[in-house]
Design a protein around this ligand. Structure first.
Ligand code: NAD
Length: 334
């Protein structure tokens, strides 16, 4: 099990409210991390998700040199009808009770509109709507970071300066995956995509002239880059056997079923870009927004993800290790 510094559980049985906030602190600064509001099979699963993801947020901040600790919150989506506004108010009170140690924001199942409601009850929230330029969606910056990282990986692995004519298979065309698909399409990339929301995926495929495949078939597509932009833990012994790619670069958090998968990928000569290095664009955006930086400055910082990958790859080569291990080492020393 991953470690954590603080685990806060909040429960109101009368309204079926259950939330957890996990902090992974090491004295860098307030923890920033999104709030997931999704269904979980059990409270234990919800807590484990918060623990795992708070670790990832901590790594993400460290590797991106941000002055923040890691944190994550989860609210269990009730099986029956519930009052969403009341749940968000309750959650805001949970956040407020931590007195600024944790700053919440958008994640799977929550929106900028939700953050706007939360902001009525606590100031420890970012990513709410203000009616100004600052309202840009973190997913724009996450997608930009992944795109920049893919360009760096293509240079390193295929020695190409352009993405033109390469083939990318995207798993999940939600908030980030769709934006990434558009950026790649504009560069002349051939796309194969999937999503469990089949109708949506087919619409995106038509819009971008991409091939659609059923969700289970995405792993076995012969492509230059496989880009997981949906779920965590999808790189496992079963899916690795199906892969026909030399680069894995996607936005999804927590992609490896366990760390040993990185060694299997390395043995197969597949370059895996660690998720927390590649998908930090959204976090960089939020952290810099808190510092009052403008969009231009934020975009420039997000684009440095590509340089960071090249730098870490050079260190990995020098030390005779994989990019995954080089990045983990850098995080531990940060
Ligand atoms: P999202 O919910 O908008 O999109 C995810 C998409 O994946 C949805 O369209 C969903 O239908 C689809 N999906 C779910 N299971 C699938 C499966 N088995 N096969 C194919 N498609 C499937 O989420 P998002 O904001 O785009 O985030 C995507 C991933 O990136 C998540 O893992 C998230 O934690 C991570 N991430 C997002 C951000 C951000 O800024 N939004 C930042 C960092 C990391």
């Amino acid at each position: 099990m991953e470690d954590y510094s603080e685990l806060h559980i909040f429960q109101d049985k009368q309204i079926d409210f259950f939330a957890a906030i996990c902090l992974h602190t090491h004295g860098k600064g307030p923890a920033i991390g999104g709030c997931r509001f999704i269904s979980y099979a059990s409270k234990e699963d919800a807590i484990q998700d918060a623990i795992r993801l708070s670790n990832a947020m901590s790594y993400k901040s460290a590797i991106s040199e941000l002055p923040h600790d890691g944190g994550k919150a989860v609210i269990m989506l009730p099986k029956n009808n519930y009052d969403r506004a009341l749940f968000l108010k309750k959650f805001a009170e949970c956040v407020d009770s931590l007195h600024g140690k944790y700053i919440t924001t958008v994640d799977s199942g929550t929106t900028q509109e939700d953050m706007t409601i939360i902001h009525k009850y606590t100031s420890h929230v970012i990513g709410y709507l203000t009616g100004t330029d600052a309202d840009s969606n973190p997913s724009d910056f996450t997608a930009l970071g992944v795109y920049t990282g893919i360009k760096a990986a293509v240079k390193l692995k295929y020695e190409k300066n352009s993405l033109q004519g390469l083939h990318v298979a995207i798993q999940g065309v939600g908030s980030v995956g769709y934006r990434l698909a558009k950026l790649l399409h504009a560069d002349g990339v051939l796309l194969t995509l999937t999503d469990t929301d089949i109708e949506h995926a087919k619409r995106v495929a038509t819009e971008l002239g991409a091939n659609f495949v059923e969700p289970d078939h995405i792993y076995s597509i012969a492509c230059d880059i496989f880009s997981p932009c949906a779920l965590g833990r999808i790189i496992n012994p079963n899916t690795i056997l199906q892969l026909k790619t030399k680069i894995i670069a996607g936005a999804a958090n927590d992609q490896l079923a366990n760390d040993a998968m990185s060694d299997v990928l390395n043995q197969k000569d597949i370059l895996y870009l660690p998720d927390y290095l590649l998908n930090a664009g959204g976090l960089i955006h939020l952290a810099m927004q808190m510092q009052g930086k403008n969009t231009f400055a934020i975009e420039n910082e997000v684009k440095k993800i590509g340089d960071r990958i090249c730098r870490m790859m050079a260190i990995a080569k020098e030390n005779g290790t994989s990019l995954f291990h080089a990045v983990q080492e850098a995080v531990l020393q940060a």
